[in-house]
Ligand binder design. Structure first.
Ligand code: PAF
Length: 281
């Protein structure tokens, strides 16, 4: 396994693999790797000749009052995980190399970025899409692996790839949960024991909503869930919404496949989660 810190060096390596007709898988991450990331890495390693894991805490996707500075950076542990899981290259660029002081280009996916997390985290998705586009060009990835926990991010990236005619295949990967149901996230490390206990309610409530979706009107599914979310101690709801699975658009009573997506604060930690709901029994 090679650790590459320079952008042009990484791109040169990738272009050489491309020339040799090696298929490249990219797993874009911000580090603090957990079993969710490992599931993406395993898929990439299985289905490509070469796997690149990028570890880059991307400053342009964090708002001024968000956790950019305190975002966990356990570099040695991350490298060990990558090595144990047969990654070929870990790409760890510096902020200056990715975004020089004269950086000017940003990419926006309209509408999809203006709902759910969008208005609450202004600039976030522009930052995400811009860095992903750069990572695709640097890594020359044939396939890129994204977790479904960040469902809005996944849909926005899929749209960007379609609209800008990228040939990179986006591979969505199911949410990985702890045994107790908590969706794995690098931010779970911020939770105290009590907060962790409280956060377990999120998945329980999503599951109840999934059952309700089969038999209740949409408004009722949503209001029952919101009432339950509001009862979680020491919490604040950012949003709880039901959207269409395919494109995050508004649902109606005829919608067969939807996603219940939630963002909420447990103490000082913002967690997101979602569940896919279908009318079929
Ligand atoms: O999901 C993440 O960890 C980040 O948003 C990503 C895709 C690595 C872009 O910085």
């Amino acid at each position: 396994m090679k650790v590459v810190k320079n952008v042009l060096h990484m791109q040169k390596i990738a272009l050489k693999h491309l020339k040799n007709k090696n298929e490249i898988g990219l797993v874009p991450t911000m580090g603090a790797l957990h079993k969710g990331h490992v599931s993406l890495i395993s898929k990439s390693v299985k289905n490509n000749d070469i796997s690149i894991v990028s570890i880059f805490v991307n400053p342009i996707q964090f708002g001024p009052n968000e956790d950019y500075i305190k975002y966990p950076k356990p570099v040695q542990k991350d490298l060990k995980i990558c090595k144990e899981n047969h990654v070929d290259y870990v790409f760890m660029p510096s902020v200056n190399d990715m975004f020089s002081h004269n950086y000017k280009t940003f990419v926006k996916v309209r509408d999809l970025q203006d709902i759910l997390c969008g208005p609450i985290r202004p600039g976030h998705f522009v930052g995400v899409v811009t860095v992903i586009l750069k990572l695709f060009n640097i890594s020359q990835a044939n396939r890129a692996y994204f977790g479904m926990k960040d469902f809005q991010q996944l849909k926005i990236v899929e749209k960007m790839v379609k609209d800008l005619n990228f040939s990179t295949e986006i591979v969505p990967c199911p949410i990985v949960r702890e045994k107790d149901g908590l969706a794995l996230s690098s931010r779970n490390s911020y939770l105290s024991a009590d907060e962790k206990k409280n956060s377990l309610n999120i998945f329980k409530i999503l599951n109840l909503a999934k059952q309700d979706f089969k038999k209740c009107k949409l408004n009722l599914v949503k209001s029952k869930a919101i009432n339950r979310f509001k009862k979680i101690p020491n919490s604040k709801l950012d949003y709880a919404e039901i959207v269409k699975f395919d494109d995050l658009s508004k649902v109606d009573e005829k919608t067969k496949k939807a996603v219940f997506t939630v963002a909420m604060w447990i103490g000082k930690t913002r967690l997101i989660d979602n569940i896919i709901m279908s009318k079929k029994k």
